[in-house]
Design a protein around this ligand. Structure first.
Ligand code: ADP
Ligand code: MG
Length: 554
């Protein structure tokens, strides 16, 4: 072995390590789940590569993860016989945070105040670096499948790491060995029952068996059998098992808000296990974020880039396991497969119908889902024409009549006023300001409900030619609202209307004064308190969309 080279972490990594090690977050157990899930990923990547290149498996075809306790030296070793890492991959994967998810996470942590930052760490997995919550030195020896070179990466997690070739005699034949030199207060991780408990709680359902060695040289004993949870019948799976599985696939620590588990049979056979998270992932609006559904074929992990669900369902975590797709298909070919297209369609519809079921059966739980992911789901209103009506039914709104609750469009249409034939909305950037908009006065005077749309996405979907149960959506700021047909609520104290001639004279005066600055001046039916308001012409752009486009430099 040559002398190792020394490198420093990217600045952000050093900060993240510091934050994690000094975080008040107490559940340090999660480091084990992170390392086991990396080991399982590595085994699954190898399983996939070996379909095309069976020689990679050598004479050791069975995937395994081993935990080795070395209490005497206060060490815990996590080893897998997966795909391993080359030197460049180790530098890239363990020494930088170039990956978009981690970057977004760091930005959130830095924006958050001290205590909240620590809480965020508790809420989301931070992968490999969590090892430094319990270890003051971490050594990683890795040998890529098919390579005869082993690489040693080593760090104390305080800002720098070394990397060099490792002595192959003691290196794994294939895969990765992570050695944790445990901190003084982390000796419990050299107790078998502690490790077994954590594995059972957090990683019992990873699709690779896990064995434990109580000391160097001892016999390995299996503590998890690597059976895929999703292949078991629903009736035999407990809520805790689902939650643990969700946490291990999602790298989140919350409870799933909705679990969707079903097997499709008939023309296409596949199993889906998908979760709607209870909390918002930190990178939900990161433009680089892609879907998080994994694709398996007969329990072999194929890719997490199949984009099984449309973008507006990008918060859903989980997997699809197909019995029909050919195992030896390349990742690129899979994208084109009509079979995958059928699966995408089936899974998308099912997730939406389960959301609808939740809305029917547990309005409170559904409201929470909507509060967390509504703005993302609304993207589907203009992206997924085919499912627009389903999505409109799932949508919930703050309105002039909703109070602290939420209204569905069914609720809205159920309380239309006499002669009202449109669904009225107002867009803006915050509910409180929308509620006091002078544009609403004439609607209030008539008891007409108006949707208050505060999200950026709202300006886009309302611009599409949309209706709900035959009622078109109409902006209150667009042109002269057809309010004359709808009677005012009696006794609202605003019935002292000016004579038409007086109004006409006044308008002519205004037009002369304002000149080119406006295209028209009209008497309005929609104001009761305020003297004037600005409106866009009937055929023109909605004012909020206009503002958004102006800001984007259009
Ligand atoms: P993530 O798993 O979300 O990608 P991690 O911080 O857990 O983030 O791991 C970073 C990367 O390091 C992984 O994506 C993988 O490329 C590499 N890696 C970590 N552990 C292993 C391992 N045991 N075998 C192979 N590669 C690994
Ligand atoms: Mg990981």
């Amino acid at each position: 072995a040559t002398a190792p080279e020394s490198h420093t972490f990217e600045a952000d990594v050093a900060k993240l390590l510091h934050l994690m090690v000094h975080s008040v977050y107490s559940d340090k157990d999660v480091f084990l789940r992170e390392l086991i899930s990396n080991a399982a990923d590595a085994c699954e990547k190898l399983r996939y590569e070996a379909i095309a290149t069976p020689a990679l498996l050598g004479d050791d075809p069975k995937a395994r993860i081993t935990l080795l306790i070395d209490a005497e030296n206060r060490r815990l070793i996590i080893e897998d016989n997966g795909i391993g890492m080359s030197r460049d991959e180790m530098v890239e994967a363990l020494g930088t945070i170039a990956r978009s998810g981690t970057k977004a996470f760091m930005d959130r942590i830095q924006a958050a105040q001290g205590g909240e930052g620590a809480q965020l760490i508790g809420q989301f997995g931070v992968g490999f670096y969590s090892a430094f919550m319990v270890a003051d030195r971490v050594d990683v020896v890795s040998r890529q499948a098919g390579s005869d070179e082993a690489i040693l990466w080593s760090s104390d997690g305080k800002g720098s790491y070394t990397i060099g070739t490792a002595d192959t005699v003691n290196a794994p034949v294939r895969g990765t060995r992570v050695t944790l030199h445990l901190m003084e207060d982390a000796t419990s991780y050299t107790e078998r029952y502690t490790l077994e408990r954590i594995v059972k709680e957090q990683s019992g359902h990873v699709p690779v068996p896990i064995a434990i060695l109580e000391k160097p040289g001892a016999e390995p004993q299996e503590i998890a059998d690597g059976a895929a949870l999703w292949m078991r019948p629903r009736s035999e799976i407990t809520a805790e098992e689902y939650t643990d599985f969700y946490r291990s696939v999602a790298g989140q620590f919350d409870e799933p808000a909705l679990t969707v588990h079903f097997r499709a049979e008939g023309r296409h056979e596949y199993t889906t296990l998908a979760f709607v998270p209870g909390a918002k992932p930190f990178d939900l609006f990161d433009p680089d974020r892609h879907g998080r559904m994994k694709l398996y074929v007969k329990r072999v992990f194929i890719t997490d880039e199949a984009e099984i669900l449309p973008r507006y369902l990008r918060f859903v975590r989980g997997l699809v396991d197909s019995a029909d797709l050919p195992l030896n298909v390349s990742r690129e070919m899979i994208q084109e497969s009509p079979l995958l297209a059928a699966i995408k369609k089936g899974v998308t519809s099912r997730v939406l119908s389960e959301l609808d079921k939740l809305a029917q059966n547990d309005a409170k739980a559904y409201t929470k889902v909507w509060e967390t992911f509504g703005p993302v789901l609304k993207e589907g209103l203009y992206e997924d024409f085919e499912r627009r009506s389903t999505l409109l039914e799932l949508a919930r709104f703050k309105t002039t009549a909703s109070g602290s609750g939420w209204r569905s469009l069914k609720d809205y249409v159920g309380s239309l006023k006499e002669n009202q034939s449109s669904i009225y909305y107002v867009t803006g950037s915050d509910i409180a300001r929308l509620e006091t908009s002078p544009q609403l006065e004439g609607f209030r005077a008539r008891g007409i409900e108006v949707l208050l749309l505060p999200d950026q996405v709202d300006s886009f979907w309302v611009a599409a030619p949309i209706d709900f149960e035959g009622k078109p959506f109409k902006s209150v700021t667009q042109g002269a609202a057809d309010l004359t047909l709808i009677p005012r609520i009696e006794g609202d104290g605003n019935s002292d209307v000016e004579a038409p001639e007086t109004v006409a004279g006044f308008i002519a005066g205004l037009k002369a004064t304002l000149g080119e600055a406006v295209s028209d001046v009209r008497a309005s039916e929609r104001l009761t308190e305020s003297a004037v308001c600005l409106v866009a012409p009937e055929s023109g752009m909605d004012r909020q969309l206009e503002r958004l486009l102006a800001r984007a430099g259009q």
